[in-house]
Design a protein around this ligand. Structure first.
Ligand SMILES: C[S@@+](CC[C@H](N)C(=O)[O-])C[C@H]1O[C@@H](n2cnc3c(N)ncnc32)[C@H](O)[C@@H]1O
Length: 303
């Protein structure tokens, strides 16, 4: 398993490589370099004339990936950038078009378990959740400041949390006593909201959805994805491919809608009418891959 080396197993790796169909000499953008798992494999297919452009909002992952890409055959250019800033990045490279763009959304496993990111309720950590150090507002800032209804809306809209109102009320009552500053205390407040409603009948921890919603809010994940979906097709040359791996339904729906409207306007062809899901072998080796969905479109113009 690759995670022993990198702290993260790249998901749907074979499937992504199959659908991107990379050739020597091509230019590829990895919008979410992470630990470089997808990037290394893509780079190995590009040959000496190819170029891999890599972005990540997390400077630590960027540095790690840089180390893992030292011996790949193609040229490599890396940027500390958000994929919503793809236009600026490509302007810096002087390129108007590329052959493939990949975005593997969300966070990498090492980020989840590293206390410096403050993302996990599996161990006590300072409540933070910022992946990009340029961001000003942490999860603690949000839970300790926004109005109760707005907090409930965040939980409901971003993670479909059905007890959003009860959880928001618990948080607001608790923060009157003292600010909520640890993942442990926040998770406990959510679990108590569930307990007051008769408990949870699911396999996952009741805190899971609240933590997902807050991470998405802190890192502005939906606005960033919308920006990427709007811009990326315009940077593909004819026949170029855009592959997006998402991990939850709100994101997958946005990807599906964007690809559909690109197809309806004749801009692109959808190559995966149904999303590609991990095999049983992958989900048993890497349970975190279970919710992954890959969708791929091709810019019209090449067979
Ligand atoms: C699921 S991991 C990618 C893993 C990678 N494919 C690999 O094989 O190692 C997602 C990565 O994207 C980064 N990221 C998340 N949102 C981003 C954004 N809007 N722009 C650029 N990078 C982002 C995270 O910091 C994380 O390193």
């Amino acid at each position: 398993m690759e995670s022993i080396v990198s702290g993260h197993d790249p998901v749907l790796l074979e499937e992504t490589l199959h659908w991107l169909d990379l050739r020597p000499g091509q230019v590829v953008v990895d919008c979410t370099l992470g630990r470089g798992g997808h990037a290394r494999e893509m780079a190995s297919r590009l040959g000496r004339e190819g170029l891999l452009i890599g972005l990540d909002v997390d400077p630590r992952n960027l540095e790690f990936a840089q180390g893992r890409l030292k011996d790949v055959p193609c040229q490599v250019r890396l940027f500390h950038a958000n994929f919503a800033e793809l236009r600026d990045v490509l302007e810096q490279t002087g390129l108007k078009e590329v052959d493939a763009i990949l975005a593997d959304l969300g966070i990498s496993t090492n980020q989840l378990f590293d206390a410096r990111y403050g993302l996990s309720f599996a161990q006590p950590m300072p409540l933070d959740m910022r992946i990009d150090p340029r961001l000003r507002r942490s999860a603690a800032d949000i839970v300790n400041s926004i109005r109760e209804e707005a907090l409930a809306d965040v939980l409901y809209e971003l993670a479909q949390e059905r007890y959003s109102r009860r959880i928001a009320r618990n948080i607001v009552e608790a923060r009157r006593i003292s600010p909520i500053t640890t993942t442990e205390r926040l998770a406990d407040l959510v679990r108590r909201a569930y307990a007051s409603r008769g408990g949870s009948h699911e396999r996952i921890d009741p805190a899971t959805r609240t933590f997902l919603a807050l991470r998405m809010a802190v890192n502005e994940e939906i606005p960033n994805l919308r920006a990427l979906l709007k811009e990326a097709p315009g940077f593909l040359g004819n026949g170029g491919r855009l592959a997006i791996i998402s991990f939850q339904s709100t994101e997958d729906r946005l990807v599906k809608q964007a690809f559909r409207s690109a197809e309806q306007t004749g801009q692109a062809k959808i190559l995966t009418p149904k999303p590609i899901c991990p095999t049983e072998a992958e989900t048993s080796a890497n349970p975190r891959s279970r919710s992954a969905r890959l969708r791929v479109m091709q810019k019209s113009g090449r067979s």
